[in-house]
Design a protein around this ligand. Sequence first.
Ligand SMILES: [Zn+2]
Length: 84
Amino acid sequence: MTNWEPYQRAKGERLRVTETSCCGEYEWACQGGEFLILRYNGSGYEETGRGRYAARKVWEHLVQAHKVRATRRRASPDRCQDGS
Ligand SMILES: [Zn+2]
């Protein structure tokens, strides 16, 4: 299971988003030499997977889970690039 926590912006550390997942659901970011994954929950950002190495595995899991959901949603493929 992925554990999401409210994103805390660290003072003086620049957040760099370098990748956005399908449909813009998740963002791959780097901050202070660590990686983390962000998502917008409607009112603010949440983060998960923060760390040097663990984050990429979490990211791949999330992207894969998105693809599975997208395949199930095939009735409305215009909403997602994964279905095609
Ligand atoms: Zn998608």
